[in-house]
Design a protein around this ligand. Structure first.
Ligand code: SF4
Length: 112
């Protein structure tokens, strides 16, 4: 069932290098994937129900009193875009990219 032959030093080192490189490869592929996501439309039914806007600077505080200046998607715990990216995935809107400067009522500040 299991191979009981000793692992050669060369084989061990090649496996160690592959294991060390895997997370970097996953990160790159995740970022590439995020860049390929279509932008979330504010007209999406879920986006509408949560008051999503792609540019929070245009929010009217009277219509969205829950909005606090500076609480943008890039600072939300549900945002998984790369640091400095213009957009990225959000835990609520699977398969879509939200704007880093967007906002919705589900905003939850990233832990400091
Ligand atoms: Fe932006 Fe957070 Fe709302 Fe997602 S949950 S749209 S990241 S504010």
């Amino acid at each position: 069932m299991f191979d009981t032959k000793p692992v050669s030093r060369r084989r061990f080192l090649s496996l160690a290098v592959a294991a060390a490189a895997a997370p970097a490869g996953l990160l790159i592929s995740q970022q590439s994937f995020a860049a390929d996501l279509p932008a979330l439309s504010p007209d999406d039914p879920t986006a509408k129900s949560l008051g999503y806007v792609a540019d929070s600077s245009k929010l009217d505080a009277k219509t969205q009193p829950a909005f606090k200046p500076g609480s943008v998607c890039a600072k939300c715990a549900l945002f998984s875009g790369a640091a400095g990216a213009a957009s990225g995935p959000c835990g609520i809107f699977a398969g879509k990219a939200v704007s880093a400067k967007g906002w919705c009522q589900a905003f939850a500040a990233k832990p400091a």
